[in-house]
Each structure stands twice: as C-alpha cells, then as structure tokens.
Write a new protein. Structure first.
Length: 436
C-alpha cells in the first residue's frame, strides 16, 4: 500500500485525524484566500441571487436526500435544481442570509458531513458501475469520502481538485481528474492509480485503493506548497514529474502504460439492463421534474445517481414490463430518454441574466438552435471562461463582442474558429454543420 512520503520537516499530510463531524484542519492553505469556488457554506453572489454548490460524491443520492435538496431549493432559492459537470447540484436565487439554515438542512440530510471538507468532496464515479456487468465502485466511494472528511490536510484541497472512480470503461477516467482510481479486470480485483493526465498508472491492491488516492492528494498538497497550484495540471512540469515519481516510488510495482481516454462517453439515455437513464436539457430541473425523478427512484430501489454529463441514473432494478412506461413518463416531463433527442449533447453555462459576465442569454440561444442530433456534443458559453464545458472532442460556441465564435475542440487542440454575427439562422446552421 502507498505510504506517506518521508520529509525532513513535520508534515501535515499523514492520514487520519479529525472525525467526519468536526472536520478540523491542520493549518491554512497558502491558496485558501484565492479559492472562490462556491460551496454550501461559502455562497457565490450571482446576478440572480446567491448560489450554493452542494457536493454529491459520486453523484449518489438517496431519495430522502433528493427530497431535502428540493425542499432547500423551494425554501431558500428559485425552486429549481441545476446539475453540474461534476455530478453536483447547484441551488440558485438564494437569499444571502440563508447560509445557516441551509447548512442545517443539508447536515440533517447527511449531505454535509464535515463543514471543513464540504468543498473538498469532489468525487466523480462511473454512473453505471455495477449495473451493466461492470465492477461496482461503491465501496471505494464510501471509503474515500470518509477518508477525505477525516483528513486534516484534505480540508485544504482546492474546491477545484477532483477525484475520479472509474469502473474500467474509461468514462470518468477521460475527465482529467487530479487523482483517478480505475478498476482492473471484470471483477475489479485490482486497481490502477493515475495522477493527473499521465499516460501511465500504478497498480495498487483494490482494498487499499481509496487510501492510496487520499495519500496521493496529500502528496500533491506538499508538492504545491511553493507554486500555489490548485490542481495537478497547474504544477510546473518538473514538479509534476517529481510528484508522479514520488508516488510511484511508494507503489508496490512499476508504472504501467495506460493512455488516458481522450473523449468521455456518457451513458446513452434510455434503459441499461434494469436501470433507467435520463439526461436533463441544459442541466436545469424544475421542481416537478425533480419530484418525478425522486418518486421514480423511491419506487425502484430508492437511489439516484447524478452523472458528470448532467444526467440522472435510477439504478432500479426496474421490472422490464414497467421500464417503457417509466421512460415515457420521464420523457413527457421534458427529460431526454432516447439518444435521438434533439437535446442530446447540447449544453450551456447559466448565461445572462444569471451571470454578470455573460454577454448573452446562451441558454435561450442554444434552445433556438436545437436541430437534428449531432455526432459531437456542443457547449454554449456566454464568455471566455467557458464554465462547465465538456472534455475531449466537442463543438465550442463562445459569445464574444464580435459575435458567436464556433470551433472544433479535440483535447488540447482547437481548429480555426468561425464567427457568426447577428444571424440566428446562420448560427444554428453553422453549429449543426460543425456537429455533424
């Protein structure tokens, strides 16, 4: 098993410490003052009110927890729930004085186990893990979340730092997390540990994988002390290489070549074995849609899984004779339940008027431009920040003072863009052609 790296100076990076409830931190991070990533205790002020981002490790919610989120949205915000590209939930339109009551409600629902770690609980997981013949990552998820909440050092992780738990299919491995665990083999008897976007991995015993992931994150904190990096990719190249080397020196065996998938493949909406999957247009759920999903989950097992592609999986099992009717009901509510929906692969940031930095109402523009399903996903951004954009290969639509700039993105590569000015019909046609 990986062990904490020795250091000549006292290190805060040893695992263990505070309980999940008290969540005490061992000293302040030198980056803490600049990390403006919102949470549930640190609200973000937006043009449509305050915003809270509720971390949902692995996207896994019980029906009771989903009900609590709906109550919070109705009591403190605009009533709607917004899914993020990390399988979390954002509440918008909040009053600036609601923080204490919101925190109490979420704590009672088990959604805020540690005040000190609430923004560090960024964990994505393969949403179909264990449902379609792939290994389950549920035990890893539960243990890693507990370890993060018990680590004083982990409380200083940036709200942008990301863990990923991949069942071996490569879907969340492609998201470029800072620390990724990959189940190896059909039963997940072994685990692969990837640091950042390195194209090699280290084998670790499956039982030790969550602790290995935590210790890798703690080792990153040590490496980031001087540079102030938020994420592994932000480290200077030489420091990043030393980080991977130091973690590798503590692994049971040498590095194993395994290139990271460059494009994430989300689960297609519809039926997967006995599980239902529905995508959410632009990640925005009305109270009626959220309640329908919650009620459906209660009927079939009591669990929902939010995906990093703004979708929802109901693991079930859903009896085969009832599946078609359940999907039809979800579709009638406005959710995407078939891959041939015009909305499949269409995403957008919150845009104007919710965000002051946005140059237009990109959600309305994305809706107006929806056409036949495209081969590639498309993401509309109201400014150059591109909040919540996808990974891998996609069509990037960015509003600029000169018009809408459309480009084809392939990982780190970007084709020469086309700019469309003040012509909605041409804009829709150009986006459709780029996606084809």
């Amino acid at each position: 098993m990986l062990a904490a790296m020795p250091d000549s100076a006292p290190s805060p990076l040893s695992a263990g410490g505070a309980s999940p409830r008290d969540g005490g931190a061992a000293g302040a991070s030198p980056r803490a003052g600049g990390d403006a990533c919102p949470g549930t205790l640190r609200l973000h002020r937006a043009d449509d009110g305050a915003l809270a981002r509720v971390r949902i490790p692995g996207g896994v919610l019980s029906a009771d927890q989903a009900e609590a989120l709906l109550t919070a949205a109705a009591r403190f915000g605009d009533g709607e729930l917004h899914l993020t590209s990390r399988g979390n939930v954002q509440l918008r339109g909040l009053g600036t004085e609601c923080g204490g009551e919101l925190a109490a409600l979420l704590t009672d629902a088990g959604l805020l186990p540690s005040a000190a770690h609430e923004r560090a609980r960024n964990i994505v997981a393969s949403p179909l893990a264990g449902l379609d013949g792939s290994p389950s990552v549920g035990r890893w998820l539960t243990e890693l979340d507990h370890l993060v909440c018990s680590s004083p050092a982990a409380a200083t992780l940036s709200g942008r730092f990301l863990f990923a738990l991949d069942d071996g299919r490569g879907d969340v491995d492609a998201l470029g997390a800072d620390v990724t665990l990959i189940a190896e083999g059909p039963s997940g008897a072994a685990a692969l540990l990837r640091i950042g976007v390195a194209d090699e991995v280290f084998r670790v015993p499956a039982a030790d994988a969550p602790r290995a992931a935590l210790l890798a994150a703690e080792e990153f904190l040590r490496a980031a002390r001087e540079s102030g990096a938020w994420r592994v990719k932000d480290l200077p190249e030489d420091v990043r290489a030393k980080l991977v080397g130091s973690i590798g020196s503590a692994a049971p065996g040498p590095a194993v070549p395994r290139p990271r998938p460059r494009t994430a493949t989300p689960p297609a909406p519809g039926l997967h074995g006995a599980a239902l999957t529905a995508d959410v247009p632009l990640g925005r759920l009305t109270p009626a849609q959220w309640r329908l999903l919650t009620d459906t989950a209660r009927r079939y097992g009591g669990e929902l899984r939010l995906t990093p592609w703004r979708g929802i999986v109901i693991p079930g099992p859903v009896p085969q004779p009832e599946a078609a009717d359940a999907l039809r009901t979800l579709s009638e509510s406005g959710l995407i339940t078939a891959p041939d929906s015009p909305w499949t692969g269409v995403g957008a940031c919150i845009g104007h008027p919710g965000c002051a930095k946005s140059l237009s109402d990109v959600r309305a523009e994305a809706g107006a431009a929806v056409g036949p399903p495209g081969r590639l996903p498309v993401y509309w951004s109201g400014c150059e920040r591109r909040c919540g954009h996808p990974h891998g290969e996609w069509i990037d639509v960015v509003v600029t003072p000169d018009g809408h700039r459309i480009s084809h993105v392939r990982g780190e590569r970007r084709d020469l863009p086309t700019t469309v000015r003040n012509d909605p019909a041409r804009l829709a046609a150009t986006v459709a052609e780029a996606r084809a």
